[in-house]
Design a binder for this molecule. Structure first.
Ligand SMILES: NC(=O)c1ccc[n+]([C@@H]2O[C@H](COP(=O)([O-])OP(=O)(O)OC[C@H]3O[C@@H](n4cnc5c(N)ncnc54)[C@H](O)[C@@H]3O)[C@@H](O)[C@H]2O)c1
Ligand SMILES: N[C@H](CO)Cc1c[nH]c[nH+]1
Ligand SMILES: [Zn+2]
Length: 431
């Protein structure tokens, strides 16, 4: 990995340049063409792109329930048990995110409030280009169910020998209502605009590669999206007390997701930096997904060496990584220095894959620096708020002058008259 040693300000500028997800115009154009084609040609376009990108010739997009049931019944018990454990922990964590509305009747004659309503139909994107993601399905479907979403549909890329049975079993376990085998930008377009066989949804949820993330950005407005959740990232903050073998393994755990994944280490120890680099090189040689991980390490990864502990956090806040591991002796004491990160892993035993699979907090997290303003996926992403207002005539009278004054300041006489229509003394009606 590249090891960079410099003063904090130059490192910050370098990191900003390196970590900015500069708009990839080629990807933007390719995705725009795919979306337009799906809008114009519906299922026929989906069929064409699935043959082109996933090498599968489809006749039906929706999977029959019998196929899903059979996958569940035939799944190895050990895998079922692991999925059940993940489901229990994800559910117990996310149930704590449930929120309620409120009613405010503090002022005489005035009732104000906010009501929370689950979304009606959501579409979950479950990635499946180079790996299968049953864990990601649980992370999106379970919060949707806890929120009370009426209809949860899922899309995932088709595979020449059928969709991974663990993905189908997880879908059954989580109560997904329909599974459509379609992936990439074309799947996002189908969920946004609808086709003959795939219904349009109110919100699209879930991570994916650069084509999926770009498509979600492009359909936003037609439909809601959860966040930009693209290629995986890990940022590690560590000093000389950390174990370089473990750090290298954690960096590669995310590098193996995607050629565009970002593995980053920031440390105060030049010695640790060299040891981690050596471990990355040796571990890459025996990693099954070495081609993907090597490209991510070489193109997107780096190790930065900074003078002081505080500098590590300041620089990492510029990166705003999806996952942040704090591998320092007393990790919890640094929590208040962290401003930008999707999910934080504290200490030696909180290795990132713990959060990917079973700990319970969501692993669908903002990437590409968007942790500066986005949050982990949660139950709150599946609800919307509606406010309500009721006034008595006496309560309205007290505030009527303020309303009509502001209305006239804005040049909106109709607004003022609507209020005055409630009071004979302000407005004379014909009858
Ligand atoms: N941020 C998160 O929470 C999170 C969670 C899990 C996975 N991930 C990320 O999800 C991604 C999964 O990627 P993946 O590729 O395995 O699966 P994917 O399902 O995201 O993408 C596969 C699809 O990409 C499309 N595609 C591939 N090459 C294309 C091209 N040249 N032009 C147009 N479309 C093309 C195809 O339609 C294919 O079906 C990884 O980047 C991983 O890091 C992120
Ligand atoms: N690390 C991914 C989020 O970036 C989630 C995942 C699923 N399976 C393995 N990992
Ligand atoms: Zn992962």
């Amino acid at each position: 990995m590249k090891i960079i040693e410099s003063d904090l300000n130059s490192l910050k500028r370098l990191v900003q340049r390196k970590t900015q997800q500069l708009t990839d115009l080629k990807v933007e154009d390719a995705v725009r063409r795919i979306i337009t084609d799906v809008i114009d040609n519906g299922d026929a376009a989906l069929k064409k792109y699935e043959a082109q990108f996933d090498k599968v010739d489809l006749t039906e997009f929706r999977l029959p329930q019998a196929t899903i049931d059979a996958a569940y019944d035939q799944l190895d018990q050990k895998v079922k048990d692991a999925l059940q454990l993940a489901k229990r922990n994800i559910t117990s964590f996310h149930e704590k995110e449930r929120a309620t509305g409120f009613v405010d009747a503090e002022q005489p004659g005035v009732l104000r409030g906010q009501k929370l309503l689950p979304l009606q139909r959501v579409g979950l994107y479950v990635p499946g280009g180079t790996a299968a993601y049953p864990s990601t399905l649980l992370m999106s479907a379970l919060p949707a169910k806890i929120a009370g979403v009426q209809e949860v549909v899922m899309v995932t890329p088709p595979q020449p020998d059928g969709i991974n049975p663990a993905v189908l079993a997880a879908a059954k376990l989580a109560g997904v209502d329909a599974i459509y085998q379609v992936g990439g930008a074309q799947a996002i377009a189908a969920l946004a605009y609808g086709t003959e066989s795939i219904p349009a949804v109110d919100k699209i949820i879930g991570p994916g590669n650069v084509f999926v993330a770009t498509a979600k950005k492009q359909v936003f407005g037609q439909v809601a999206i959860d966040m930009v959740a693209g290629p995986s990232e890990i940022g590690i903050i560590a000093d000389e007390t950390a174990d370089p073998r473990q750090l290298a393994a954690d960096l590669l755990s995310q590098a193996e997701h995607d050629r565009r994944a970002r593995p980053i280490l920031i440390t105060t120890s030049a010695k640790l930096a060299r040891a981690v680099d050596a471990n990355v090189t040796s571990q890459l040689k025996v990693l099954p997904r070495t081609a993907i991980a090597t490209e991510a390490v070489n193109e997107k990864g780096f190790i930065a060496v900074v003078p002081q502990t505080q500098d590590m956090f300041e620089l990492m806040n510029t990166v705003a990584p999806e996952h942040l591991e704090v591998q320092l002796a007393e990790p919890t004491q640094y929590l208040n220095l962290i401003r930008n990160a999707g999910s934080v892993f504290l200490g030696k035993y909180a290795s990132e894959p713990l959060g990917d699979y079973v700990a319970g907090p969501n692993h669908i997290l903002p990437t590409s620096g968007t942790a500066r303003f986005s949050s982990p996926l949660g139950v709150y992403d599946f609800v919307k708020r509606t406010s309500f207002i009721q006034y008595t005539q006496a309560a309205l009278k007290k505030e009527a002058t303020a309303i009509t004054t502001l209305a006239r300041v804005e040049g909106l006489e109709g607004h003022a008259r609507a209020i005055e229509a409630r009071f004979d003394q302000y407005y004379d009606t014909e009858d």
